[in-house]
Design a protein around this ligand. Sequence first.
Ligand code: SF4
Length: 247
Amino acid sequence: MTLVLEDPVAAPATVPVLRPRRRAARPFPTPLTDAGLRQLSDRLEDASAEDIVAWAAAMFGRRLTIAASMTDAVLIDVASRVSPGIEVIFVDTQYHFQETLATAERIRDRYPIRLRVVWPEVAPDDRWRTDPDGCCQVRKVAPIERALRGRVAWLSGLRREDSVTRALAPVVQRDRRGLVKINPLVRWTDEDVARYIDEHDVPVNPLVARGYASVGCWPCTRAIGEGEDGRAGRWDGSDKTECGLHL
Ligand code: SF4
């Protein structure tokens, strides 16, 4: 897939040039190469989450979407302020906690978003016990890939502080599907998230207050203890660290 960027080399290294344009007459005049993405990511490194989302919304329009885990609505809060009506994809794996499904409903009712819930094409089973990679593939990765068809870019709430495996995540990257993946919160610390939630009264999955720093499916998620990595409660007892969505 070849994507294009409006002359990333010629643009000054300041953030305001990345603010949304009211009308993008030539949205993709220059190839958005891997080198261009790296350069862009470097330029956005110090930009605010709002400016990063604004750039993405101006660049990709309705071909931009959000993948939400419903752990909290921080990214949705930021994105829906900048780009009301933005699409949000939530994969209902059929193994979510009731608290997560209730949080999705709260978020749908609160924000000006187009919430799109997608499901796996398989019935509930016990595959997670013996083949978690395969289970994630059919319950998370395949549904999100179907949902991303026709999209060019997506926003993720991934943060460097989530885990050591995410410590070097860039602001902008190409994912393994060839889509542009944008991580507006990538530099945010846990304190930044907590402050934003407090200041903006952002909905949070109640499981977070019970120690579930990262909320996934109930068979594969536990609360973490003091000093543990934020994602230590995911797939505990195995060396699996990601569902495949962020690989
Ligand atoms: S997190 Fe667990 S239950 Fe959910 S899709 Fe992955 S393996 Fe299956």
